[in-house]
Design a protein around this ligand. Sequence first.
Ligand SMILES: Cc1cc2nc3c(=O)[nH]c(=O)nc-3n(C[C@H](O)[C@H](O)[C@H](O)COP(=O)(O)OP(=O)(O)OC[C@H]3O[C@@H](n4cnc5c(N)ncnc54)[C@H](O)[C@@H]3O)c2cc1C
Length: 382
Amino acid sequence: MTRILISGGGIGGLALAQALRGAGYEVAVYERDPAPEPRNQGYRIHIDPDGNAALAACLPPDVLDLVRRTSGANGDLVAAYTHRLEQVMAQTFPNTGDEAITCVDRYTFRQALLTGLQDVVRFGRTVTRYEVTGSGRVRVEFAEGGSDEGDLLVGADGVGSAVRKQLVPHATVRDLGVRCLYGRMPLTPDTDRLVPADFDRGFSWVSDDTGYGAGFAPVRFRTPPPTGVADYLMTVLVGTPERLGLGDEELFRAAPQQLWRIAVDATSTWHESVRELIAHADPGSFFPITIRASEPVAAWETGPVTLLGDAIHTMPPTGGVGANTALRDAQTLAAELSAGKPLLEAVAAYERVMLPRGFEVVEGSLRMADQMFGRAVRSQAS
Ligand SMILES: Cc1cc2nc3c(=O)[nH]c(=O)nc-3n(C[C@H](O)[C@H](O)[C@H](O)COP(=O)(O)OP(=O)(O)OC[C@H]3O[C@@H](n4cnc5c(N)ncnc54)[C@H](O)[C@@H]3O)c2cc1C
């Protein structure tokens, strides 16, 4: 039986593992995290129609149903405002009905994707390198010791991918010079009244002319998830390190409460309704992230090692398409592998689709980042 090794048990790696298991492959996922606990990678993930199609293709019906039941209530609006809360852009979307998934909580989503994979995913295993054996198989090695061998290795190990660094060492990831301070405001009967009606309808972007922007989006679970995560409003402050007043070393060492304080101060002259949302956010929920984008990479010679998701095409979260693109990669790779072609032909067919598609999506996200953050970055540079 063909044995497939997946480095990374994030969104793309787990969706692929589900699809390949369903298609009868022997799969082993190696995940660096010691356990499937929440980590600082954001709270709310927007799922688009492509992501829905990929989830429907990859997941067994019971897992898809769990993801849907524990997703957030559908929104229908993306809007932008000045810091005085004057609307400058609004785009509405038709209500897609209860079948469609439009947003998920990252931790709850990951837990649902793990359903039924307990014997497949090994936590606390960091892939450090691989070697193609004389017989054309692949052996991976782990930082914790030990190794494993399979017919194909899929690097689904995110932006810092160890597999990418070995397979395409010339690939580069660019720092866009923007930092985000992510946090969330618990939605309780007390805080519910603080959320402007339109902010409850999807994603809202507020910006001033001093180089700060802030995003807001609710997750109101359709049914309470088994993870125990309760409804919240995602709150994120965006600015350059200069505008935030902290270099990276300090920023990434700062306590969550200090980051929350920066967000409170940054928005202190904004409309009261926006200030309230940051002021009532959970100070312990804040963490910083760097906004990055992969530079396009030319196709490489196909072999028994390939890449998927952020490992090859990282993009800024603007547009909310990184996870959706990782899910599409999983769908395409699983479909090619299941089509009965020889293994390397299937991998080549996947790479022919994945590479141009992934970098086209990166380009679109960069255009949107320029629209949203450009002013923040440019006002700092001048
Ligand atoms: C704040 C934020 C908000 C976002 N919002 C959205 C959104 O709304 N919609 C959207 O579509 N996308 C969004 N994205 C992007 C999305 O999160 C990523 O594109 C997506 O997670 C990529 O999935 P992946 O499986 O490729 O990588 P990841 O989900 O990052 O998974 C990689 C996994 O590999 C593991 N790993 C890393 N190195 C190793 C190693 N050496 N060995 C073993 N395991 C390893 C990691 O621990 C991790 O679990 C957002 C990103 C951020 C940061």
